[in-house]
Design a protein around this ligand. Structure first.
Ligand code: BGC
Length: 361
């Protein structure tokens, strides 16, 4: 009886998230319905704080609210561990597996294996190219990049930069999102390079989004450019902070705008201090909720129409793509108001003054 009520509640919630039920593809719901148990594999805890501080928290929140069993683990950037965790989850009886792949090759192996064992699959945040996930839940990642390009351009104008040299710190070459972010910021910046309004400076991809390596890479970029870098398109807050640390060493912080993504505590603090131009806020609570709703539906043998697909080769992957938002000094308070980070986390001793200036009370 209780179970029945939960089923209706979960489906009801799905419709509020912009998803509509389109029935059961198994033909026999009773026979295919399983008690949901959801396995989630997060990629690491260093490329971005989000995975442990936001995704884990909001996924737990969604699973608990729906009353489903779950197992969330972190592969700590180890591809072998990633596969071992997946095997253990499949043996442990998960009905759905959600992965944030470390690269498409190992991601595909995990998805294919899960599928062969009758486990439902979801690509969470990162699309596995050539993969077999039944759904893809993420943000509009090209728009993320577009917001970064536009944000940097606005900051360069505010600084009155003439023919600024712009360096790129791209994300991991094995992350499809990094490709989409770059497509987004290139769409804004390339026309400016072509028009000789901006000068294209050094560009590097940062393997596995490694923040420490990003600092070394940026230091080399700055040397290569003879210290003349006027703006940095950094693909996330961790890479942005790496660039800022080197700019600080050279007393250039605050003079050279740097972008970011993820609205991390550190990124928001860098923005308040004037060292970072902007970040991109992605409401992970919504992402986690959408993925959780789909995983629960799949466990019940239901198929949801997300109303949208993404192309992966010849395959149309049913997708939920949420809307990202650009954040500058003035809007840091919105991220706090949304419950993504707390005022206490952001406004620590060194930042109280900046928080007051930005109207965070
Ligand atoms: C995510 C970003 C994150 C990056 C590094 C990307 O796939 O979309 O939010 O900063 O990975 O973990």
């Amino acid at each position: 009886m209780r179970k029945g009520i939960l089923t209706i509640a979960a489906v009801g919630l799905l419709t509020t998230g912009g998803l509509t039920a389109c029935g059961d593809d198994s033909g026999d719901k009773a026979a295919s319905a399983k008690t949901p148990k959801i396995g989630v594999i997060l990629p690491d805890s260093k490329s971005s704080a989000r995975w442990e501080t936001a995704d884990r928290r909001f996924l737990e929140e969604a699973f608990k609210a729906a009353g489903v069993k779950y197992d969330i683990q972190n592969a700590q950037n180890d591809k072998t561990a990633f596969q071992t965790i997946a095997d253990q989850m499949i043996t442990g009886g998960v009905t759905a597996l959600m992965i944030v792949n470390l690269d498409s090759g190992t991601g595909k192996a995990v998805l294919d294996k899960a599928k062969s064992q009758g486990v439902a699959t979801i690509d969470y945040d990162r699309l596995t190219l050539g993969g077999s996930a039944q759904y893809y839940v993420s943000f509009d990642n090209e728009t993320v990049g577009k917001l970064q390009g536009e944000g940097l351009s606005k900051c360069l104008t505010e600084k009155g930069a003439k023919n600024p040299v712009v360096a790129y710190l791209n994300g991991s070459p094995t992350d499809n999102n990094a490709t989409l972010f770059k497509a987004g910021y290139d769409s804004v910046l390339k026309p400016k390079f072509d028009a000789k309004e901006y000068v294209k400076g050094p560009e590097d991809a940062v393997p596995a989004w490694d923040n420490a390596q990003a600092a070394t890479i940026f230091e080399q970029q700055l040397t290569k450019a003879n210290g003349k870098i006027d703006g940095v398109l950094a693909a996330n807050d961790g890479l942005g902070n790496a660039a800022i640390s080197i700019l600080k060493k050279n007393k250039l912080n605050g003079k050279v705008p740097v972008t970011g993504q993820d609205a991390s505590t550190e990124g928001l603090q860098n923005i308040l201090a004037g060292d970072q131009c902007m970040t991109v806020y992605k409401a992970v609570r919504e992402e986690a909720k959408a993925a959780s709703d789909l995983a629960i539906a799949l466990a019940k043998g239901e198929k949801k129409d997300t109303g949208q697909t993404v192309k992966d080769g010849d395959r149309d992957v049913p997708s939920v793509l949420l809307t990202p938002k650009a954040i500058t000094k003035e809007s840091v308070k919105d991220v706090i108001a949304d419950g993504y980070v707390t005022k206490e986390e952001v406004c620590t001793a060194a930042y109280t003054k900046f928080c007051a200036e930005a109207g965070i009370s």
